[in-house]
Each structure stands twice: as structure tokens, then as C-alpha cells.
Ligand binder design. Structure first.
Ligand code: HPA
Length: 285
């Protein structure tokens, strides 16, 4: 096997090892499990897992090469599930840039999904609203602005790092999600997500600035995973659960507790949207 100059395994080799470990567990399931899709759950959305049939839960701690998460509301487990009868890998817990000042913290996770054969990544997050989406509503992300100056691809040396971001979120997926929302009477806003480093919330001046610059929602995640997925050729759909208005837009004091209180209110809607989405995905063969 090819080794790096220091005889360290490459990121691909590490991901292969993680995938082999997970495939070992998949091999123990009573029925074949061929997941095309994976989903990252945002803060407070853990209950989405309860609506799926859980076949196995694997703690990140037990997966070789996986990072551990330390944020309340993110348990750090991979669930092998059937959602609406369709195979789906649910990642409950992500590592944020602000935890280790490392935008590439999720790189081993996304590389492992690729090694497992995942073609579609659905990313969810909790976000502040900058315009008309009210707390408790869901916004589909159509594009992002990276306000951190960071990239999970810093240090990658191959030319694939120059990945096009002109269609970060798959337009076909957005079309399907809009249709499913309409059919189920779910109001689905669409907008641009601004990635801020955190962990502090924004100042009112920052919120005014990023509104002017074209953002509709603001949060501290999702963009690194989107970049990593696109680097690996995985298609992405992303949903923001609106948990509050941006700082200074109303009188509510922002806190992580508020995020954890509001996010579950949207969990049922997320479940309906994703279930319908998987119907399309698996119907397309
Ligand atoms: N700002 C940043 N991240 C967030 C917010 C917010 O207002 N709400 C939930 N996550």
C-alpha cells in the first residue's frame, strides 16, 4: 500500500479501516444493508432517529479514526437505520470548527461515508433566521457564504482540492424536497446559509452585515461537511432548522438551551421531508 513519507497511513487508508470496521457490523445484521444515503443530525434533532428503525448503534468512540464530539445535544453515534423502509446511515453528532479550531475535523467521517459507498449526504443544522423564516420553521439551503476564512481542505495536496462550489447543493434534490414539502403542507423556506466560526453567537452588527451581504440564515456548521462531501463527489442536500432570529432582531437572549428547545419542534417535519426524499432516491435505482 502507498504510504506517506513519514510512513503514516493516508486519509484514504484510514477511511478504509473505519469503513471495514463498520462493514463488519453491517455483516452481522440479519438482512443485507446497502445504504446510498447518510444524514448528519444538527443540534436537538436526535429525536429524528427515534422515528427510524434502528438496526445498530455504533459509538464514534469505537470506530477507528473517528473524532469524538463534546457538545450537549450531539451524542456522537452512528446509527444504521431503515427510514421509511430505506437504508440510511444517521450520524448523530458532528465536530464543529470551534471545538478544535480545525475545519477538517469531520474529514475522517465524510471520507468513511465515501468508502462505505454513500452517494448522498443530507445535512441538517440549527440556525438563526435573518429574514422571514420564523423559529420552528425549516429552511432548505440553496447556497452558502463562508465567513470563517477556513476550509476543511487546507493541507490537502491533490488537485481535486480545487473543487467547484457553484452547485454545492444539488438542484434535483432541492426540487424533490420542495415537492414533498408542498404535498405535505410543510412551509419550506429556501435561502443562503452563512457559516460563522462561533462558538459565541453573533453581534447585532454582524447580523446586519451578513444580511446585507446576502445571507438568510446563520450557523456554525454544515459548510465544512458540504465542502468535504463535494470533494468526494457526494451530492448534498441541507436543511436548517430555524431556532431563533439573529442577534438584535428581537429581544430573545440567544443560548444553546434555546436551540435545544426549538429544534425538536421541527423534527417531525424533517422526518416527513427526509422520508419522502428517500422514496425518490431509492426509486431512482
Ligand atoms: N447563530 C449561529 N448559530 C446558531 C444560531 C445563531 O443565531 N442559532 C442556532 N445556531
Amino acid at each position: 500500500m502507498e504510504q506517506t513519507p513519514q510512513d503514516q497511513p493516508t486519509a484514504e487508508q484510514l477511511a478504509q479501516r473505519s469503513a471495514e470496521f463498520i462493514n463488519g457490523i453491517i455483516g452481522l445484521l440479519p438482512k443485507p444493508f446497502h445504504a446510498k444515503a447518510a444524514m448528519i443530525l444538527g443540534s436537538g434533532l436526535g429525536s429524528v432517529t427515534e422515528q427510524a428503525e434502528i438496526l445498530a448503534e455504533i459509538s464514534y468512540r469505537d470506530i477507528p479514526g473517528f473524532p469524538e464530539t463534546g457538545v450537549a445535544g450531539h451524542s456522537g453515534s452512528m446509527f444504521l437505520t431503515l427510514m421509511n423502509g430505506h437504508p440510511m446511515i444517521i450520524l448523530n453528532g458532528r465536530i464543529h470548527y470551534y471545538e478544535q479550531a480545525d475545519a477538517g475535523a469531520m474529514a475522517p467521517v465524510i471520507a468513511t461515508l465515501k468508502a462505505l459507498g454513500i452517494e448522498t449526504l443530507i445535512i441538517t443544522n440549527a440556525a438563526g433566521s435573518l429574514l422571514n423564516a420564523a423559529p420552528g420553521s425549516v429552511m432548505m439551503i440553496k447556497d452558502y457564504i463562508n465567513f470563517t476564512g477556513q476550509s476543511p481542505l487546507f493541507g490537502v495536496t491533490d488537485n481535486r482540492r480545487f473543487v467547484s462550489m457553484s452547485k454545492a447543493y444539488d438542484s434535483q434534490y432541492r426540487y424533490h424536497l420542495r415537492q414533498i414539502a408542498e404535498k405535505n403542507d410543510i412551509h419550506l423556506a429556501q435561502g443562503v446559509y452563512a457559516w460563522m466560526a462561533g462558538p459565541q453567537f453573533e453581534t447585532p452588527a454582524e447580523i446586519r452585515a451578513i444580511r446585507l451581504m446576502g445571507a438568510d440564515a446563520v450557523g456554525m456548521s454544515t459548510v465544512p461537511e458540504t465542502i468535504l462531501a463535494r470533494y468526494h463527489g457526494i451530492k448534498v442536500a441541507a436543511l436548517s432548522i430555524i431556532t431563533n432570529y439573529g442577534a438584535g432582531m428581537d429581544d430573545v437572549r440567544l443560548s444553546h438551551e434555546q436551540t435545544l428547545n426549538y429544534a425538536p419542534k421541527a423534527a417531525a417535519k424533517v422526518h416527513i421531508l427526509i422520508s419522502g426524499f428517500l422514496d425518490h432516491l431509492y426509486a431512482d435505482g
